[in-house]
Design a binder for this molecule. Structure first.
Ligand code: 2E4
Ligand code: SF4
Length: 313
């Protein structure tokens, strides 16, 4: 058996920053801190912080007045910021700057009188946060079929934005439908699906052809990880999204000569290494890591944390 190990895979710059943000907050203030939503959508990352004593919440009224509260990498709506202020919480914003970019675009288009079509998944944390910036000016769509249902006035100024972790190909189909229906539709100069999402999908597209099975490490609620599994499936390879090596099943590998392993942007490298070890010890698999693109992106910690760091030094 041969393992093809996709590179880039796993943690992106936004996830590295968000996790470092929480680690650093714990280092300075101890573990009695709160996080609004899962810091990233990964079971092991969340478990690790929960074991350290961090509390993850889904509403602001679960957080005791005056506490320290981090906003997750997926971003929050202005309403959540207002509620946090009203509770006198000390907030640290671990939102990925590439999500913030989409928020700023939404604010700008809404201010300029545009109606915004947001392409994204209903109920996803990031979509809820982005829509909260201008609820009256944003309509959410997921598919070309939903684009066909749109009924916007002919004279409306229209722009589209997207969630950062969509399938590049599926979003492309929705965008084509939007451009056909609204030829004047505008969009930001640089697209919203982020570099990490695009690069991880490209790697799977390039490598999955050579594989008999595709293993994606990531949690079921991780949008970008789900998209990676779907790419494997779309080229008719058995493709599995799992949190860790304990979910691997021998039946998946009965006639597999080549196994592609990748990981979503929120999956720690340790779970990848555990899977490699599992395949090596059972099947004597060899390892071939293939880099389809170099990544050199990193984000600074949020300003409010850097200020606290210097006060704490
Ligand atoms: C923030 C924005 O959005 P998704 O469900 O893929 O989030 P996940 O936490 O799995 O990945 C990191 C991330 C965070 C991606 N985009
Ligand atoms: Fe940011 Fe992209 Fe990573 Fe999401 S996947 S946290 S948008 S870099």
């Amino acid at each position: 058996m041969k393992i093809l190990l996709a590179n880039p895979r796993g943690f992106c710059a936004g996830v590295n920053m968000a996790i470092e943000c929480l680690d650093e907050t714990i280092r300075m203030f101890g573990p009695k801190v709160f996080v609004y939503h899962e810091i990233v959508h990964n079971k092991y990352v969340v478990e690790r912080f929960t074991q350290q004593g961090v509390t993850f919440v889904n509403t602001i009224d679960e957080v005791p007045e005056g506490s320290i509260l981090l906003f997750s990498a997926h971003g929050v709506s202005p309403e959540v910021r207002t509620q946090s202020k009203a509770r006198r919480l000390q907030t640290i914003d671990a939102t990925c700057p590439l999500v913030t970019k989409v928020h700023l675009e939404a604010i700008k288009y809404a201010r300029d009188g545009y109606h915004i079509i947001l392409i994204g998944h209903e109920g996803h944390d990031e979509v809820i946060g982005t829509m909260g910036e201008a609820p009256a000016s944003i309509t959410l769509v997921e598919t070309p079929e939903e684009v066909a249902q749109l009924k916007l006035p002919a004279e409306a100024k229209i722009a589209y934005l997207t969630q950062t972790t969509l399938s590049v190909d599926e979003a492309g189909r929705a965008i084509t439908a939007l451009k056909q229906k609204y030829p004047g539709i505008e969009s930001p100069p640089k697209e919203d699906i982020c570099y990490a999402t695009t690069n991880r999908q490209d790697a799977v597209k390039q490598l999955a052809q050579q594989a008999d099975v595709v293993i994606v490490l990531g949690s079921q609620n991780s949008s970008n990880s789900r998209r990676l599994r779907e790419i494997g499936e779309s080229i008719e390879k058995p493709a599995f999204l799992i949190d860790g090596a304990n979910e691997l099943q021998p039946a998946w590998f009965e006639s597999a000569e080549t196994v592609l392993i990748t990981a979503g942007a929120s999956a720690p490298e340790q779970v990848v290494q555990d899977c490699i070890e599992w395949l090596q010890s059972r099947y004597g698999a060899t390892l071939d890591e293939i880099t389809t693109r170099e990544e050199h992106v990193s984000f600074p910690l949020p300003k409010e944390l850097r200020v606290l760091q210097s006060a704490h030094a």
